[in-house]
Write a protein that binds this ligand. Structure first.
Ligand SMILES: [Mg+2]
Length: 365
């Protein structure tokens, strides 16, 4: 038995180096919650990083959710991974960010107990994880300067946020392509457009060799996504439209897309992210592993999952890059554009103690 004998919750804030503007919101800091779960003398760590405009959760709702979930799993056998995650889902099915932190900490514990890095515990193989870096909505000149910097750092892919206006978007993409001739360019509209505007915009940038466009239409506009999947020369990828394995199944079986962006805070953690990957692979599609504005802890968990499943072909593991401060010990490193996983058992990462000490920690013991 490895009973869960202590759970801690630490709400935290990390300022961003500059405001991050996308179609749906502008962020100035990353406000999340770190969770630790202790069982059998080992401690697993998890992170919840909510993005309210995307999943309706914020730091306050995540704290309230975790205060509801923690007593339900306290005292339970931490080895019952799936049962405990299903228990959390049965209590608060829509609070995927909150559940993702619980799931992450439980997986960290399980992999530590097995003495394996998480990606190996999940059946994965060490692989190359070339990540893009994202350019937020910026004036064309600034966007081009940022693109040059990204190429100089050794990244082969650039992700460009859209959603300003179709004209500005097209101009920004053209300016970036001029300075990044050989780069892989991906774009992400974050639900900004209706299907016809999106089609015109995608046709106007298709000549710039765009790998795919994430979420051109509203989250629930499955028909719009299907229309673009059938009519646009730029492939479309579902992001906000796909939270759960059931979402992935519906999108793929209704021919709305064959590309899915998986994020732990949308899927509710590692377990369901792997299920989405398997469903996508079974439907002959491909996945990207992405994130919101997580610290290096959350991005490390995402990188372990990305390494664990061959459905992942694209990597958007740059969530922490805009943070003013690195608040994590251990974890991934980004070397010449590729993410390198730690080889320690479990996640191989945890929040720095001196960072945690700056905030109030709640303990359920
Ligand atoms: Mg996206």
């Amino acid at each position: 038995m490895a009973r869960i004998d202590s759970i801690t919750l630490t709400p935290f804030e990390v300022p961003l180096a500059s405001p991050f503007r996308i179609a749906t919101m502008t962020n100035h800091s990353a406000n999340g919650v770190f969770i630790s779960i202790t069982a059998g003398g080992k401690t697993g760590w998890g992170e919840c990083l909510p993005f309210h405009a995307i999943n309706g959760e914020n730091q306050a709702t995540v704290m309230a959710s975790l205060r509801t979930l923690a007593p339900a799993i306290h005292g339970e056998d931490s080895r019952d991974l799936r049962r405990l995650i299903e228990l959390c889902e049965s209590i608060l099915p829509a609070q995927t960010t909150a559940i993702s932190g619980m799931d992450m900490a439980l997986h960290d514990l399980a992999a530590q107990r097995a003495g394996l890095p998480l990606y190996r515990f999940l059946g994965g193989t060490k692989r190359e994880l070339p990540t893009d870096l994202t350019i937020r909505i910026l004036p064309p000149k600034e966007a081009a300067a940022k693109a040059k910097k990204i190429i100089d750092q050794g990244h082969e892919a650039i992700k460009i946020k859209l959603g300003d206006s179709p004209m500005n978007d097209a101009e920004r993409v053209a300016t970036i392509r001029e300075v990044a001739e050989d780069a892989i360019l991906r774009v992400d509209a974050n639900q900004a457009y209706d299907r016809l505007t999106a089609l015109h915009l995608l046709e106007s940038i298709a000549d710039f060799d765009i790998q795919f466009c994430e979420q051109p239409v509203k989250r629930h506009d499955y028909q719009g996504l299907a229309f673009l999947h059938q009519n646009s020369t730029v492939p479309v990828m579902a992001d906000e439209s796909c939270f759960s394995p059931s979402d992935a199944f519906a999108l793929l079986s209704h021919n709305c897309c064959n590309l899915i962006n998986v994020k732990l805070c949308k899927s509710g953690g590692v377990l369901r992210a792997q299920e989405i990957a398997s469903i996508t692979q079974a439907a002959f599609g491909r996945c990207m592993m992405g994130g919101m504005a997580e610290t290096r802890l959350g991005v490390t968990a995402a990188a372990h999952v990305a390494s664990s499943h061959s459905a992942f072909h694209f990597f958007d593991l740059d969530a922490h890059q805009g943070h003013k401060e690195d608040v994590i010990d251990g974890g991934i490193q980004t070397v010449r554009g590729s993410v390198v996983l730690p080889e320690k058992a479990g996640l191989g990462a945890r929040p720095k103690q001196e960072f945690l000490d700056r905030f109030e920690t709640e303990t359920l013991a």
